[in-house]
Design a protein around this ligand. Structure first.
Ligand code: NAP
Length: 248
């Protein structure tokens, strides 16, 4: 039980990759706050699955793009479970389109949910972590932030921004035993792709040396490593879980 006694917050923990991360940390003994935005039923299912497996979990609604709600989320972990050791900034959305026709609101929404939320939650968590001289922050970024994806200028910019934030914050808080890392996921089978045309998905598959999409559980294993004490000397790192898609 490598997370025994640890408290974790997973933003967007109600579905897809976030759900797999919440369950993986819960299986490892962490008390997990499952954050969601609108999916109360899905979040309740994740809490059930963790508690039925013998773990501890609680759901908390918050729009993490809003600074006060992000603050409320980290505070919930501290009041409900008594501490906060692990923050996984996972919540994310896409609003694809070519730049010439992209609505300003699609740019703003994606930057707010993917990048500003990472700032909001990290800011809210880091004061506590510094005081406790322990913290693990893991940001879920994407190959799109490294390679760029056509039709995703907003998403690619938000994901590249998360990588910059990861490295800057790692330098800021390293001396206080708080590590900050990112996982750059490739093409992982989740709801996020539900509106993406089949042709675009097949084109992505063609770029993956391993020749298949990844599963949320494969990302969760990487997050669990970075959240564990085994990764105590790893910070500012971007770990690719992408089937080789973005290798250089
Ligand atoms: P998903 O299945 O669509 O799930 C998105 C999650 O984010 C949901 O739990 C959703 O909550 C939550 N969320 C959305 N807006 C939120 C907000 N304002 N506040 C709080 N929670 C919010 O997506 P996914 O594929 O698992 O993606 C998870 C992360 O991995 C994202 O950051 C994404 O960019 C990244 N990623 C995904 C892939 C991929 O191929 N799937 C690849 C690279 C990176 P509700 O259920 O309440 O709406």
């Amino acid at each position: 039980m490598k997370f025994e006694g640890k408290v974790a917050v997973v933003t967007g923990g109600s579905r897809g990759i976030g759900r797999a991360i919440a369950e993986e940390l819960g299986r490892g003994g962490a008390s997990v706050v499952v954050n969601y935005h609108s999916g109360a039923d899905s979040a309740a299912e994740v809490v059930d699955s963790i508690t039925q497996a013998g773990g501890q979990a609680a759901a908390h609604q918050a729009d993490v793009g809003d600074p006060q709600q992000a603050q409320g989320l980290t505070q919930f972990a501290i009041t409900h479970f008594g501490d906060l050791h692990i923050l996984v900034n996972n919540a994310g959305i896409i609003r694809d389109g070519l730049i010439m026709t992209m609505k300003e609101s699609d740019w703003d929404d994606v930057l707010r949910t993917n990048l500003k939320a990472t700032f909001n939650c990290s800011k809210a968590a880091v004061r506590h972590m510094i005081r406790k001289r322990y913290g693990r922050i893991i940001n879920i970024t994407s190959v799109a932030g490294q390679m760029g994806n056509p039709g995703q200028t907003n998403y690619s910019a938000s994901k590249a921004g998360q990588i910059g934030l990861t490295r800057a914050l790692a330098r800021e808080v390293g001396s206080r035993n708080v590590t900050v890392n990112a996982v750059a996921a490739g093409y992982i089978e989740t709801d996020i792709w539900k509106d993406t045309p089949e042709a675009a998905r097949l084109a992505l598959l063609g770029l993956i040396p391993l020749g298949r999409a990844g599963q949320p559980a494969e990302v969760a294993k990487a997050v669990a490593f970075l959240a564990s004490d085994d990764a105590g000397y790893v910070t500012g790192h971007v770990l690719a879980i992408d089937g080789g898609m973005a290798m250089r």
